[in-house]
Write a new protein. Structure first.
Length: 424
């Protein structure tokens, strides 16, 4: 077998210029371990499926890795089938949260898929490639689901890697990626500013039932390596604005203090925004402000105490109120996310949420109200099944669109709403 894997984001209707960071993590770790790979993001390359098929055929691709998301799953499924049809001898391995949570179902419904890499894929994919290239058994590789003797086999999960610097990519690798990519984009909430993205850790300590980011343990990179990356990105982009893309940058006070003090010590002179927990101590926001923080997004979800308990949010409405007022007092921007139609939520609960946002609107820059949707890697999926809130024959592989709310062409239409006590 040709010892090279093509790592692919399949064609979608989306047009973007940002690097596919999930694939770059895989590419970087494979390179560190002497394994050859090529990243192809069709949305950035502006490729249709015909372009991708022609390229793979011309390069005699034998091993193809594909990532996909729940929103674009039908386009990804279609691409997988067409790739296998054009290159019947190739081996296809899929990964990412959508396929990880549906590993056995993927092999059952998509005969064209040969393997699923579950969870964080860097180490698993490297071991998988080495085994495949040497024609060795997959039996001892943690985090792989595959077919053996006509049966679907799922090896035990791989524990999360604690040393994130071991997995982190080299920024120099980005220059070798095919396509016209950019590190910078418009800074969210600041339309006149350009920014780049930095991630300092993985996982979220929360247990919210609607979310797929929960992990048993949140892990952070070495702060000095984070600061080095920020300095490097400033040199590359000429931009001093950034977004910390961690699900919850403020989840660990120790990490937050170390990061902010490092930014101040190195005199980085940056402006940044982040996603924050609501129960942050006021003095932490003061430190964040001194380190250059200009905005924090806070997920309230609901202002109803009993709904917060039902969704395992583990915050109090008073926490959000205190944080929003403190952020405003410091001259920073605050944004609050809320949701409607959560487990056990009635109309009066939804009204509580709307009233809360109205009451604190003088301290807020913006707030959103999203209808709760069900994803396969969230506990909410199990709750919805147990409460018979999904069609009896529902699965993630047959056609599904909520055309009573979205136009079928809208990608969001293919993910079901959680509708329990409220009408659509």
């Amino acid at each position: 077998m040709k010892k090279k894997i093509h790592l692919i984001c399949t064609p979608t209707n989306e047009k973007r210029a940002a690097y596919p960071f999930s694939l770059m993590y895989l590419h970087g770790y494979l390179a560190k371990n002497g394994l050859d790979s090529e990243v192809l993001d069709c949305s950035v390359l502006r490729w249709k499926i015909s372009h991708l098929l022609d390229y793979l055929e011309a390069n005699k691709a034998e091993l193809i890795g594909i990532t996909g998301y729940t929103y674009n799953r039908f386009q990804t499924y279609s691409a997988i089938r067409e790739i296998k049809s054009r290159l019947p001898g190739c081996r296809i391995v899929v990964g990412g949260r959508h396929f990880s949570s549906l590993a056995a179902e993927t092999l059952k419904h998509l005969k064209e898929v040969d393997f699923v890499v579950r969870g964080e894929g860097e180490i698993t994919l490297a071991e998988f490639c080495n085994a495949l290239y040497s024609n060795s058994s997959m039996d001892g590789i943690l985090g792989v689901t595959y077919r053996k003797d006509g049966k679907i086999v799922s090896n035990p999960d791989r524990p999360p890697e604690l040393d994130l610097d071991k997995l982190h990519y080299n920024i120099s690798d980005f220059s070798k990626v095919k396509g016209d990519y950019s590190f910078i984009s418009t800074m969210r909430r600041f339309p006149a500013s350009q920014s780049f993205m930095v991630m300092t850790g993985r996982g979220c300590p929360g247990r919210c039932v609607f979310c797929s980011l929960s992990t048993k343990r949140i892990r952070f990179r070495n702060v000095e390596s984070i600061l080095d990356e920020i300095e490097q990105m400033i040199k590359i982009t000429g931009v001093r604005n950034l977004t910390f893309s961690d699900p919850t940058l403020t989840a660990s006070q120790k990490h937050l203090v170390s990061l902010c003090e490092g930014i101040i010590r190195r005199n980085l002179n940056i402006k940044w925004r982040c996603y924050s927990r609501a129960d942050v101590l006021p003095e932490m926001f003061e430190l964040m402000k001194r380190a250059g923080c200009v905005a924090a997004d806070i997920a309230l979800e609901s202002a109803s105490p009993h709904v917060l308990q039902a969704i395992k949010k583990n915050i109090k409405v008073e926490d959000v109120l205190r944080s929003v007022k403190k952020i405003h007092e410091l001259g920073m921007k605050s944004f609050v996310y809320t949701m409607i139609s959560l487990p056990d939520e009635r109309e009066k609960d939804a009204e509580e949420t709307v009233r809360f946002v109205e009451d604190v609107s003088d301290s807020l820059d913006d707030a959103t109200l999203a209808i709760t949707q069900i994803f396969p890697d969230a506990e909410l999926y199990d709750i919805a099944k147990a409460r018979n809130l999904l069609p009896a024959n529902f699965n993630w592989f047959d056609d599904y669109h909520n055309t009573s709310y979205y136009d079928k062409s809208n990608l969001r239409s293919n993910v079901p709403f959680y509708i329990e006590h409220l009408s659509l």
